[in-house]
Ligand binder design. Structure first.
Ligand SMILES: Cc1cc2nc3c(=O)[nH]c(=O)nc-3n(C[C@H](O)[C@H](O)[C@H](O)COP(=O)(O)OP(=O)(O)OC[C@H]3O[C@@H](n4cnc5c(N)ncnc54)[C@H](O)[C@@H]3O)c2cc1C
Length: 410
């Protein structure tokens, strides 16, 4: 008899698992709690869908930090190039941006999702929307809440692709963690990553500068374990602190330091293309009758939010000392006090413990039950690494389920 696979979660990971299995002729029932699938994927497309990255493959793999080795075979089986070919087969051409990031030509997720869903339907995937998985019953069947009540589903194999815990309004609420714990499955606490951080700026600073970007700066940070970060990039002032791509890259280190120490000080080099001596040389030029603010702007181009940061960091007295000003422009301390709540984060760290899964991403304690996507315990910066790993693990879990079903038939 043709086996039936239940996939729970219709994000990139679940859809990829459905693609692999339905292509192989397996009957797939895909369940999602929302009225439609791929809501976070569509949201990702709003700011330019960064599918993957064109950098050197070893560097790419290193982005997954502690889980690099667990994910390497999975990503090697579905590389950035494979992802581009896959998108092209769905009629979506991609391009490499100047930073190496890869986007669909349209920059959007909707055309890709539309073509993909069409193919999945053609391959026979049945979509069951507004079906929220709530628990296992005593016989390990799946119990769903749906508009008419509760439904018990038996499947020959199951793939969970429930996402992390951010942007809950798009479907991934992280509620699954509780049910998995109840079953004795090891799940690490979900934590925000690629997130903003709170900083104790003055109310006046927030009032004047929230929403202001700062481009081409360098951020440096060394945590209490000696792990160092030193990268160029840009950040944005928010209503409570800072966010932006440079901060997202640093978010794992900052978050862990905050949980250990309660605060973490990073340093910004606001003038990375000039040395301290060059800055001081320019600032000691006679300023005639100009105000100091005008002098700072004219000599160093420091005004607006950068001048605001300087005034936040220095006392009135220190603002009279040109050497202190130049030293601070090269290493402005920013004391972060907390990551933003998980719901605001781009993605989630923590999740399904890899130790609870075998190499095929199947639960060691539940034969035929696989997990994929952001719900697994890995994290990576923005840059296309998140989606690539979701696609790759979804595909891997789909292939794992296929192999497991074939083996069972023997
Ligand atoms: C604003 C934003 C921008 C982003 N931009 C990018 C980007 O450009 N590039 C990039 O690589 N990544 C980006 N990401 C991250 C990326 O979108 C996610 O990592 C990815 O969508 C995760 O895929 P997933 O399939 O694991 O989970 P999800 O996409 O979260 O899908 C999980 C699905 O499971 C369903 N579900 C959850 N619980 C249940 C349940 N109990 N029962 C039934 N269904 C359930 C949800 O409704 C959802 O449809 C962005 C994220 C955000 C929030």
């Amino acid at each position: 008899m043709n086996p039936v696979v239940a996939i729970i979660g219709g994000g990139p990971a679940g859809l990829m698992a459905a693609d692999v299995l339905s292509h192989a002729g397996v009957k797939v029932n895909l369940y999602d709690s929302m009225p439609s699938v791929g809501r976070k994927f569509l949201m990702a497309g709003k700011s330019g869908l960064n599918l993957t990255h064109a950098e050197d493959w070893n560097l790419f793999l290193s982005r997954y930090a502690e889980q690099e080795h667990k994910l390497t075979p999975i990503l090697n089986a579905f590389t950035a190039d494979n992802l581009r070919t896959w998108a092209q087969e769905l009629g979506v051409d991609t391009f490499v941006g100047s930073s190496g990031k890869i986007f669909p030509v349209s920059m959007k997720a909707a055309p890709l999702l539309r073509a993909w869903l069409h193919r999945l339907r053609m391959q026979g995937v049945n979509f069951h929307m507004r079906h929220r998985w709530i628990r296992w019953d005593g016989q390990d069947n799946l119990v769903f809440h749906f508009p008419e009540g509760e439904k018990v589903v038996h499947a020959d194999a199951v793939i969970f692709a429930l996402g992390g815990g951010s942007w809950a309004r798009l479907g991934s609420t992280g509620e699954w963690v509780h049910e998995f714990h109840k079953k004795g499955i090891s799940v690490l606490p979900l934590k925000p990553t690629n997130c903003g951080f709170d900083v104790l700026f003055s109310p006046l600073f927030f009032e004047r500068f929230s929403g202001e970007p700062i481009k081409s700066i360098r951020a440096k940070f060394v945590d209490s374990q000696g792990l160092a970060f030193d990268e160029m990039g840009e950040l944005v002032m928010t209503e409570t602190g800072i966010e932006g791509s440079l901060i997202y890259q640093l978010s794992a280190l900052l978050r862990e330091e905050l949980s250990r120490k309660g605060s973490a000080i990073m340093y910004l080099d606001l003038m990375p293309h000039q040395t301290f001596e060059q800055l001081l040389g320019k600032l000691t030029q006679p300023r005639a009758k100009r105000s100091f603010s005008t002098h700072l702007k004219k000599q160093l181009g420091i005004d607006g939010v950068k001048a605001g940061l300087l005034r936040e960091a220095l006392s009135k007295n220190e603002m009279n000392d040109l050497a202190i000003i130049c030293r601070t422009l090269k290493a402005l301390p920013l004391k972060t006090i907390a990551p933003r709540p998980i719901d605001e984060a781009i993605s989630t760290a923590g999740g399904m413990d890899f130790e609870a899964l075998n190499e095929a991403l199947m639960l060691r304690q539940a034969e035929g039950v696989f997990c994929a996507g952001e719900m697994l315990d890995w994290e990576a910066p923005t840059g296309g690494y998140l989606l690539t790993a979701c696609f790759a693990t979804g595909r891997w879990a789909g292939l794992g389920a296929l192999a497991w079903l074939k083996n069972k038939e023997k």
